[in-house]
Design a protein around this ligand. Structure first.
Ligand code: ZN
Length: 131
């Protein structure tokens, strides 16, 4: 009997200690500042703009929006989507390490060696390259 009580007294703080992160995790998430320029935030803004465009389209078809209001909303949401896309593109560009050719650079399908213009064989593995 005594040992059972002792065990409970011993385990209770341990249990609450182990469970504590579960209770505090939510609170931390909600207070975390949202980075407006982060990729997820931009993706979200882009998707929200697309969703709003679809909704405006639907509202016009069902007669809830006049053509004039629809045009205004579409212009606004398209702008939002384009802004988010432009910011995302900019981030992707910034992520690219400088000096790496991205344009029409070709790579060997066999070994991944970068290929020169007009190369007929891979310099890395000697594989014949498709013209
Ligand atoms: Zn190769």
């Amino acid at each position: 009997m005594n040992s059972t009580v002792a065990l409970i007294v011993l385990l209770l703080p341990l249990a609450s200690y182990a469970l504590w992160p579960l209770f505090t995790a939510d609170a931390e998430d909600s207070t975390e500042p949202v980075d407006e320029s982060s990729t997820p935030a931009l993706e979200q803004r882009k998707n929200a703009a697309y969703a709003a465009l679809k909704e405006a389209e639907f509202d016009r078809r069902t007669g809830k929006l006049s053509d004039e209001d629809y045009e205004k909303l579409v212009a606004r949401y398209k702008n939002q989507a384009l802004e988010a896309i432009a910011a995302l593109e900019k981030q992707r560009g910034a992520d690219r390490s400088p000096g790496v050719p991205t344009g029409k650079a070709k790579f060997c399908a066999q070994c991944g060696t970068a290929l020169g213009d007009g190369a007929k064989f891979c310099a890395g593995c000697g594989a014949k390259l498709a013209a």
